[in-house]
Design a protein around this ligand. Structure first.
Ligand SMILES: Cc1cc2nc3c(=O)[nH]c(=O)nc-3n(C[C@H](O)[C@H](O)[C@H](O)COP(=O)(O)O)c2cc1C
Length: 356
């Protein structure tokens, strides 16, 4: 079954309106600083030269210079959205980091938007991931449509985003989430590439992650609270649609903070590859997320404005993150990502936690 086009060109407009909201309201960035609670053990004598620190890692069979993901953001038929995606892809290739595209639903409904996802020629060597909303799987987007999305992008994986809160606040949102896990399981079995399941800023609970594991999913992005609040973004659109009930503001800080989500998923680490995103704002935050078990760390918002400028502006942000990440690794005495990832010994006990 083909997906039913929404009224007007809502899908096409929505992304543009959201990006305008980011420009006008600094409060969309919640600034939770949840990573400040996590402290790593400082080594006065790292016993390794800074130049010897190897930040490289592998993801989806491709080599990365360090474990960074440019998280899913855009795609669409306007020149602005096309430019954002191209700048991100060029920068990701130049720096050898992973990239996820924004929801590809728009290309199913508006074929003219498809070329904003023609990114493989610009980024031949990096992990590129497609994207679709979980609720869309209940609304006519099936395995065949998802295969088209993957093929078009020549993607290494398809990300399915779970955005129940965002859909509930969105004036035209879809809340038919019943049975979505079953649909995700069908995708896992029907697609030639792995399915990654992510949140969009409210965090993934252990119960949901366990159910996804049962459905065959092997990679989860916790995308927790503390950074971009989609509830707040949609509150602007809700008010513009004449619904001034403050629903989105009431839930703007809802969800599981990213470091806590990683800690809660600790028992599943051996069976699930974890990606951390949501409020990661520095290479130091990235190092903390890796110590908490993340194999890859994603940032979205910090790349938005630079991507509107040029690939060079995006590269500057990536280089800053890499410098900070490398120094944080060195100061914990870690030589390789294997020595850093999930290494509890590198974490300082929280002095506020009760001791036996
Ligand atoms: C402008 C923008 C657009 C986004 N669009 C999508 C999307 O289409 N699909 C998706 O899975 N996540 C989307 N996200 C969510 C991010 O991928 C990420 O999970 C979330 O924003 C948390 O990261 P951050 O705090 O670094 O922004 C978007 C985020 C931003 C900032």
């Amino acid at each position: 079954m083909s997906p039913k086009p929404p009224s007007g060109s809502a899908t096409r407009r929505r992304k543009e309106e959201a990006i305008d909201a980011f420009r006008d309201d600094p409060g969309i960035e919640r600034g939770g600083r949840h990573f400040d609670r996590i402290r790593l053990v400082h080594r006065s004598l790292p016993e390794v030269d800074l130049e010897e620190v190897d930040t490289s890692c592998e993801f989806l069979g491709r080599r990365l210079s360090f474990p960074l993901l440019i998280s899913s953001m855009t795609g669409g038929s306007s020149n602005r959205l096309r430019r954002i995606n191209r700048n991100l892809a060029e920068a990701a290739q130049a720096c050898r980091v992973a990239m996820g595209v924004g929801s590809q639903r728009v290309m199913l409904e508006h074929p003219e938007a498809a070329d904003s996802f023609d990114l493989r020629p610009l980024a031949p060597d990096i992990p590129l991931m497609g994207n679709i909303g979980a609720v869309q799987l209940n609304l006519g987007v099936g395995v065949a449509e998802c295969r088209r999305l993957v093929d078009h992008l020549q993607a290494d994986a398809l990300i399915v985003h779970c955005n129940a809160l965002q859909e509930a606040v969105q004036p035209e949102g879809q809340t038919r989430f019943g049975g979505a896990i079953q649909r995700i399981g069908e995708l896992v079995r029907g697609l030639p590439v792995p399915v990654v399941v992510k949140e969009v800023g409210a965090g993934m609970s252990p119960a949901d992650a366990s159910r996804l594991l049962e459905a065959g999913v092997r990679i989860v992005d916790v995308a927790g609270a503390g950074g971009t609040s989609w509830s707040r973004v949609e509150d602007h659109r809700r008010r513009a649609a004449g619904i001034a009930d403050g629903l989105g503001r009431a839930f703007e800080d809802w969800g599981i903070p990213t470091p806590l989500a990683l800690e809660l998923l600790r028992p599943l680490r051996g069976r699930l590859t974890l990606i951390a995103s949501g409020g990661v704002r520095s290479g130091v935050d990235m190092a903390k997320a890796v110590v908490l078990g993340a194999s890859l760390v994603g940032l979205a918002r910090p790349f938005l404005e630079p991507a509107m400028e040029s690939a060079g502006h995006v590269i500057e942000v990536i280089e800053r993150l890499r410098r900070e990440f490398r120094l944080a690794m060195w100061l914990t005495g870690a030589r390789t990502i294997a020595e850093l990832c999930g290494n509890d010994a590198l974490r300082l006990p929280d002095p506020t936690e009760a001791r036996p």
